[in-house]
Design a protein around this ligand. Sequence first.
Ligand code: MN
Length: 203
Amino acid sequence: MFTQITLPFAENALEPVIDTLTIQTHYGKHHAAYTKTFNDLVEKAGLTGKTAEEILSSLDSVADETLRTGLRNQGGGYLNHNIYFEQFKPASEAKNAPEGALLDQINKQFGSVEKLIEELNALSASQFGSGWGWLCKKADGELVLCKTANQDNMYSLKMDVKPILTLDVWEHAYYLGYKNLRADYLKALWEIIDWSVAEARYA
Ligand code: MN
């Protein structure tokens, strides 16, 4: 049985970067619905006991196309939002810059954290329609930026990378607070991204 992560912040604690109503709707309605439907489909597909990553990495084994598409969309919606919500802290508590091996790798590949943020924000802003921007890690430690459509992720797309940070660019993630200004939302997100979470995922 898959469950939503417990939010590592109070519903109103990410204001003004993410408003309370957006958190309540995004986590309490959208993410909750993905989670419930994913659980139903997992049971229907006889995949109980597998991890979400395992299920999404082996969708080819699900013969029924409707079920396979459902697992891809609902499983991605379940997992992507866990990765997303887990990485935030109120601005006053979030670790505001990376250190150690992750910082070294960022500097080596991008020149600076600011440059990485600039590139990832531009890539995420350019996603046509709904989707996600990602900072990922290859097995050898190299960092990779990518974007995915809808609820696709590195598992359903068999990208062989591990997620380090993710930026939700579905309109439900920002429209109440930012209307059509996706780039402003992406820029503000970095005030509440807790780099200690990224460091732990990178390690
Ligand atoms: Mn979302």
